[in-house]
Design a protein around this ligand. Sequence first.
Ligand code: G3I
Length: 349
Amino acid sequence: MKIQKSLFLLLFFAVSCTKNDIPTCVDDVALFSLADFPIGVAVSPFELESNSAYRQIVVEQFNRITPGNVFKPDALQPLENDFSFEIADSLVAFANANGKQIHGHTLLWHNQLPSWMNNFSGNRDEWISMMETHIKTVVAHFGNQVKSWDVVNEAFEDNGDFRANIWYQNIGEEYLKLAFELAHEANPDAILFYNDFNIAAKPKKCEAILNHFKKLKNEGVPVHGIGLQLHIFNATPSENKIENAVKAIVNEGFQVHFSEIDISMNLSGGNMQLTDNKLQKQGERMKLLTDIFQNIPENQQFGMTIWGVSDLDSWIPSFFGREDYPLLYDENYEPKPMYCGFLEGLTER
Ligand code: G3I
C-alpha cells in the first residue's frame, strides 16, 4: 500500500497543473485504493441505471455505498405490513456485482416515514411492536448483505434535548435502546450506528448524544458507532470543533463514520458567485476532514462517505433554495479541487 501511494504521489504531482491558479488533478486512480478504510458515497439506484457518468464514478472511485433514500421507511414499508424490497434489492445486486459494501440508512428517523406510520394509533406496546416489525423485517431481509446500519437517525436537537419525534412521543426515550437491541437480534453480526448532523458544530448536542450512548453501551446495549454526518461549510465549524467532537467519540470507544460529507460554500443563501478561492477553500476543507479522520485509531475508523456524486445530485440547492456546489464532482462529472483535496489527504499518508 505504501509503495503504491508513493508512486501515485509522483504521478499526482507530475500531472497536477494549474488552471486559473486552481490546482486540478485527475481521477484515474481510485480514491478507495489509496485508503486503509472504506470510501463511501450516497447513491440513487435510478441514477446508477440511467446515468453512465454517475455510474462510472461510483464503480471506479468508491468501495462502499449508502442508499440515499431507498432504504428509508417510506420506501421499504409504504403500507403497513406490506414491504417493498424490489428497488432496494436492485441496489444490493449492483453492490454485489461491483464489489461494494452497503451501509444501511436508515431504520428509524422522523422524516421519510410512510403516512400510515406517521398516523399510527396505538398504545405504547403497539408502537413498540410496530417498530419491531419494521426493524426486524428490514434487517433480516438483507441479512449479511448489509453488514452495517444507521439504526436511529437524528434523535437529538441541537441543544441536547431529545427530538420529539413519533418514536419519542409514543414510546419514550427507551425507543433508542430498544431499536438497537431489535436490530442486533435480527442480525447479530451487523455494526450498528447512531447518526446525526451538527455533532461537531454543536458541542451540547455532541455531549448529550455521547452521554446517552455511553450509558447504553455500559448497560450492554449493542451500539457500536457514531456517524457524524458533516454537512459543513467552507469556514464552519472550526477545525478545533471537529477535532474535539471526534476525540470525544473516540475516547468513548465508538467506531467513527464520517457519514454524509458535503461542503457548502454559500452561507448567506440565494445566489452566489462561484470563485476559484471558494473552490480552493473547499479542497482544503476536504483535505482537513481526511487528515482528521486518519488520526482516528485504525480500529475505530469505519469510513468516510460523501453525500452524493456530483453537484448536480446534491440535496442542498433544492432543500435550502440556494445555489451551491458541495460535492467532489462538478455538473459535468469532472473532479473539483474538493476531489483533489480528498485525494491529497489520502495520498500523503
Ligand atoms: O421520489 C420523488 C419523486 O417521485 C418526485 O418527483 C420528486 C419531486 O420533488 O421528489 C422525489 O423525492 C425526493 C427524494 O429526495 C428523492 O429524490 C424528495 O422530494 C426529497 O425530499 C428527498 O430528499 C432527500 C432528503 O434526505 C429528505 O429528507 C435527499 O435526497 C436525501 O439526500 C436526504 O438525506 C438526508 C439523510 O437521509 C439524513 N441526513 C440529512 C440528509 C440531507 O437531508
